[in-house]
Design a protein. Structure first.
Length: 161
């Protein structure tokens, strides 16, 4: 099994035909104070099963902090039914994680394991902003570095693309 799509977004869905719909992909968050609470992080994955992968596969997803400590962990299963022996079966998954708290700035990772083996890690850089509050009408980010493009409702930090 492989994962052929792995990203973080503001929102994502899987429609009835199996299409992934993704809004606001990002790899960086900024906030003035820590611990930083973020309203929603959608972890978007698409499992690409090999023709021989069948049955139930144990999947574990954990968010690891800068010191590799586990901040959250989800365990579940993916059901791999019989498919076309000449093609991969693709199973899209969206995990909406609401109110995620990042204790400190640093590099976080969403680690995906299948059968105890790591198959993918999605990085997220969480930074402390300068703490300066933006004046109404001034550009986001004060002209320094990447510009925050969105602050989702319920969030305390900005999102960077």
């Amino acid at each position: 099994m492989k994962i052929d799509i792995a990203l973080l977004a503001d929102a994502a869905t899987v429609d009835a035909s199996g299409k992934l719909n993704v809004l606001g992909s990002f790899h960086r968050l900024r906030g003035p104070d820590f611990p930083l609470r973020h309203g929603r992080v959608a972890l978007v994955l698409r499992f690409a099963l090999d023709p021989g992968d069948q049955g139930r596969l144990d999947v574990s997803i954990r968010m690891a902090g800068p010191d590799d400590q586990t901040i959250l962990q989800l365990n579940g299963q993916v059901d791999a039914g019989p498919g076309d022996p000449d093609d991969r079966i693709r199973i899209p998954q969206v995990l909406n994680l609401d109110g995620v708290v990042f204790p400190t700035p640093g590099l976080y990772r969403f680690v995906v394991e299948v059968g105890g083996e790591e198959v993918q890690a999605v990085p997220l850089l969480v930074e402390q902003s300068s703490g300066e509050r933006r004046q109404p009408g001034s550009p986001p980010g004060g002209g320094r570095g990447p510009t925050p493009i969105l602050v989702p409702p319920g969030s305390e930090g900005g999102v960077q693309a």
